[in-house]
Write a protein that binds this ligand. Structure first.
Ligand code: A2P
Length: 337
């Protein structure tokens, strides 16, 4: 497959397609929200998975998405719980207004948070996201986590002992509500995230299944290559979208930093030298070349552009095998909730 900066979409099982490279917009919060910004987030409690209690610096996501679109990105990955979805929507709309892109050029993935699994909450939650984005549809809507928290105002509900309050979830019922969102045209495609094989099978074996998940977004990079899940998903025509493809920000509040920094890896750096590329570009190219979508997060103009420069070289089969052998089977993101 000849991948280029202009053309690097791969097909999804429902007839749509997804660009292999997207901009991640989850960022470590760096400042406390101001009183107006914090209206939603002040009700949150931080957790060891993602410390979502604060917003990202105002405008940083807006600028990053605009720079990314100018650099050639056509895929943006976001979520309601990143608290910057309004900036993503604004950036896309501004670039459409400028005439730089059309809405159909852009692929936006949004996510259903896990306090909203009850089927009756699914469509209103997606409608809320669309209102925040000020867009008519998302290209992909995914169930962010297979386990649920108690529905309600708090996004991270805790009991009096500080323990998260979980909630029973019927993933098949949630999935049917996502299918209805696709039928209503609110989401062009539907998928899942952080699902293991058993959870994927549960959906795919559901009696009366209308649409199967087109994608499963999971952690994926040279130190966590997901060989078994990738093989299973390939067999079932489910695209793997790799989050943390550069090994995360290594923010100790939510990252398992016992695994060494990916971008310092000697092999990735040595291969990079050969192609005049950085370790980050080699890590991204590795996944893209094996059909795994990557969504590196950067709000830094230079690194946003750097991460897009992965279509002007290719890795040899031997190099692909050597990088595959770096797998340590250790996650940076342990999803400890
Ligand atoms: P920044 O936003 O300052 O660029 P991941 O996508 O694996 O979660 O990685 C995101 C982290 O890696 C962020 O901290 C981001 O910081 C940083 N990052 C993004 N692109 C690069 C790059 N090309 N080289 C080094 N670090 C990068």
């Amino acid at each position: 497959m000849n991948l280029t900066a202009e053309s690097h979409r791969i097909p999804l099982s429902d007839g749509n397609s997804i660009p292999l490279l997207g901009l991640g917009t989850y960022a470590d919060p760096q400042k406390a929200p101001s009183s107006t910004e914090g209206e939603v987030s002040s009700r949150l409690t931080p957790c060891s998975f993602f410390s979502f209690s604060h917003q990202t610096p105002k405008g940083s996501c807006l600028e990053a998405v605009k720079i990314a679109i100018d650099a050639g990105y056509r895929h943006i990955d976001g979520a309601f719980v990143y608290f910057n979805e309004h900036e993503v929507g604004q950036a896309i709309r501004e670039k459409i207004a400028e005439g730089k892109i059309k809405r159909e050029d852009i692929f936006y993935c949004g996510k259903l948070w896990n306090t909203c699994h009850p089927p009756e909450l699914v469509r209103p939650t997606l409608e809320k996201t669309l209102k925040i984005l000020q867009l008519d549809y998302v290209d992909l809507y995914i169930i962010e986590l297979p386990m649920a928290f108690k529905p309600g105002e708090a996004l991270y509900p805790k009991d009096e002992n500080g323990k998260f309050i979980y909630h029973e979830t019927d993933l098949c019922a949630t999935w049917e509500a996502l299918e209805a969102c696709k039928d209503a045209g609110l989401a062009k495609s539907i998928g899942v995230s952080n699902f293991n094989r058993r959870q994927l099978e549960m959906i795919m074996n559901k009696p009366g299944l209308k649409y199967k998940p087109v994608s499963n977004q999971v952690e994926c990079h040279p130190y966590f290559t997901q060989p078994k899940l990738l093989e299973f998903c390939r067999q079932h025509d489910i695209v793997i979208v790799g989050y943390s493809p550069l090994g995360t920000s290594r923010d100790e509040s939510w990252v398992n930093v016992s695994s060494p920094p990916l971008l310092k890896d000697p092999l990735l750096n040595a291969i990079g030298k050969k192609y005049n590329k950085t370790a980050a570009q080699i890590a991204l190219r590795f996944n893209v070349q094996r059909g795994v979508v990557v969504i590196p997060k950067s709000f830094n103009p230079q690194r946003i552009r750097e991460n897009f420069q992965i279509f002007d070289f290719s890795l040899t089969e031997k190099e692909m095998k050597e990088i595959e052998a770096l797998n340590k089977n250790v996650r940076y993101v342990e999803l400890l909730m």
